[in-house]
Design a protein around this ligand. Structure first.
Ligand code: ADQ
Length: 466
């Protein structure tokens, strides 16, 4: 079997466990155990200049190969174009996107630098799999350097309708670069339709035919047994004792404006206002560790949440009960798994989300004899797979409050029936299945690496823009 080269903005440290173990590393575990592999990307460290010679570290059958980012590149590529422009636009939030031409130049520079550092390390029959919006241009850069290997791309976040995407300055350049891939994966059929339509109208029609939906999953059996084990630990017993027989609703997110946290807190406040029979009978635990805390939009979000949690607690708390517990420190995933099993309600209400693995983890964590209820945003990719959830519009606090009221009063038979359909789905579309399906599409594809192809499609896009 050929070597698998994973390229992602961040390279995990396989020696770290606990809170940081998660996301892509868990999803790719299966593939990385079966074959020789290299994981290439940013180390997470900054240096005065972006390094040109990578550092290498081997663990099992995988070589972890990393570059440090220069201070200027970190600001322009990572904070600027990737997080300041692409992240909001891809989540349909054109109005809060920040664009500067210097950021775009930095984004191009880092994608080219990554390609230049990776190209000499490649073997002719490697399979290359590039992940996410940080590295839209990298395959085109590899092609310029003469790389003819199969290259796949997976977008973990949504792809918006064409009219939204074209609001991104340099959108056509990003689209043109997609033509350098042999397979392009997105999370849902909606994302696939949006991307295909955009490529057909403004990019490379042949690339549109290489787009497919590959919903990402979790290691459901692994997470279920982790939750069952952790449920019996002292930390879960302590949380349970502190609830004094009250129902627990749980939210677990990175502190990010796409996750719908202000609306969720407001929805919980509406529950207490409109359905007062739940007063004193339910506690909402929100875990949301600060991410990207150095960016102004995130600082403003944190202030807003601090205020609204304080207001609701001030209004409704009793000396022996506060409605909301809010933690902005990281909590280790195994502990969260135990907490999720304890929770009667999983509250997952992103305004827009590629998939949302927390929703799937909440389902997997439940006790099959007494499962809880998932309240899920219609705009999370996961809502396509999880039909047994109570679906809500995350922008509408009243809708969230009504779903909470229904969930709190739901009888055991209905909870079980809903959970069973979701558990079956989570155990079918696992991380391993996602990985296998994408790699089968990529490795079975006809190569797009004809000389000059990426450049030709770039010219086509320019002509159309003119
Ligand atoms: P994220 O936006 O990070 O990922 P998500 O899918 O919710 O979102 O979470 C990924 C992982 O991080 C999960 O395993 C989860 O348990 C963990 N996590 C989240 N919040 C945590 C917290 N407070 N403490 C500890 N761990 C936490 C992007 C896309 C998603 C897509 C994933 C995978 O934005 O839409 O589902 O990639 O493709």
């Amino acid at each position: 079997m050929s070597r698998l080269v994973i390229v992602a903005n961040r390279v995990p440290d396989p020696r770290e466990r606990g809170a940081s173990a998660g996301g892509l590393a868990v999803a790719l575990k299966d593939a990385l155990m079966r074959r020789d592999a290299m994981w290439f990307g940013w180390s997470g460290a900054t240096a005065p200049e972006t390094s040109t010679t990578p550092k290498e570290f081997r663990h099992g059958r995988t070589a972890y190969v990393t570059l440090d980012l220069g201070e200027e590149d970190y600001a322009r590529y990572y904070q600027g174009f990737a997080n300041g422009a692409l992240w909001p636009v891809l989540h349909y939030r054109l109005g809060i996107a920040k664009f500067a031409r210097e950021d775009w130049v930095g984004y191009q520079r880092v994608n080219a630098a990554f390609a230049a550092a990776l190209a000499p390390l490649l073997k002719p029959d490697d399979t290359i799999w590039i992940h996410d919006f940080h590295l839209f241009l990298m395959a085109a850069e590899l092609r310029k350097l003469g790389c003819r290997q199969k290259i796949g791309f997976f977008l973990h976040v949504p792809f918006p309708p064409r009219s939204v995407f074209l609001g991104l300055p340099k959108a056509l350049d990003v689209l043109a670069a997609l033509a350098a891939h042999d397979a392009i994966g997105v999370q849902t059929e909606d994302d696939a339709e949006n991307l295909r339509a955009t490529l057909l109208a403004d990019g490379d029609a042949a690339a549109a035919a290489r787009v497919g939906a590959f919903p990402v999953g979790i290691d459901a059996a692994g997470f279920a047994s982790l939750a069952a084990r952790r449920f019996r630990t002292k930390e879960v017993a302590t949380l349970r004792a502190s609830l004094v027989d009250r129902a627990l609703a749980i939210g677990v997110d990175r502190l990010d404006y796409t996750k719908g946290l202000p609306q969720r807190i407001a929805g919980f406040g509406k529950l207490l206002e409109r359905f007062p029979h739940h007063l004193g009978k339910v506690t909402f635990l929100q875990v949301a560790p600060v991410s990207r805390g150095d960016v102004a939009t995130y600082r403003a979000l944190r202030r807003e949440l601090d205020e609204s949690v304080g207001r609701i607690n001030g209004q409704y708390a009793e000396p022996d009960w506060a409605p909301i517990r809010y933690i902005t420190r990281a909590v280790a995933r195994p502990t969260l798994a135990g907490y999720m099993r304890l929770a009667r309600i999983g509250l997952v209400t992103p305004l827009r989300d590629g998939m949302n693995l927390v929703a799937k983890e909440y389902v997997a964590a439940q006790d099959p004899a007494d499962p809880g209820v998932l309240i899920l945003s219609r705009f999370a990719g996961a809502s396509n797979d999880l039909e047994g959830a109570l679906l809500v519009n995350p922008l509408d606090p009243d809708d969230i409050a009504e779903a909470l009221d229904i969930a709190l009063d739901m009888r055991a038979e209905e909870r079980l029936a809903r959970w069973k359909t979701m558990d079956a789905a989570v155990r079918t579309t696992t991380a391993a299945v996602w990985c296998r399906n994408f790699l089968a599409a990529l490795e079975g594809s006809v190569s797009s690496a004809e000389p000059g192809q990426a450049n030709d499609s770039r010219r086509t896009a320019r002509r159309r823009a003119a």
